[in-house]
Design a protein around this ligand. Structure first.
Ligand SMILES: [Zn+2]
Length: 130
């Protein structure tokens, strides 16, 4: 099995990051009593209480593999740098050829990475040494 970078989809990840579990959502996607947290205008939940019918099921894995390039941006806590790097990779592989998709993905990844930095706990080398 080959592993890819969870950020830019590049080959050969070298670092694994751990975050608190979180999901990106809006208030109509969770049960009424689920607390919605907001960081800088970004709605999300920190539980798995996504609504069974409306939830987009976007609970993120608490483990993220990163390639050398991405880990440099992450360790520097450089959200813009990380985002720019990933979008450049996606564009190079033709994923964002459509202007509409391009805009949506840019926004989605911006939100996702912001939450990632908020919930980031620690890093470790990957793969783990035997
Ligand atoms: Zn990467």
């Amino acid at each position: 099995m080959t592993y890819k970078c969870d950020f830019c989809s590049g080959p050969s990840p070298t670092v694994r990051y751990h975050t608190h579990p979180f999901g990106l959502t809006t208030s109509d996607q969770v049960f009424g009593d689920t607390p919605i947290y907001n960081i800088d205008g970004l709605d999300h939940v920190a539980t798995e209480d996504l609504h069974p019918h409306h939830g987009i099921g976007a609970m993120m894995s608490p483990q993220w593999l990163a390639c050398e390039a991405c880990s440099r941006w992450i360790d520097a806590r450089d959200l813009t740098g990380l985002l720019t790097h990933c979008l450049t990779q996606f564009r190079a592989s033709g994923l964002l050829a459509d202007a509409c998709v391009n805009k949506e993905m840019t926004t989605a990844y911006h939100h996702l990475f912001r939450a990632f930095f908020h919930y980031l706990r620690y890093r470790e080398p990957w793969p783990p040494s035997p």
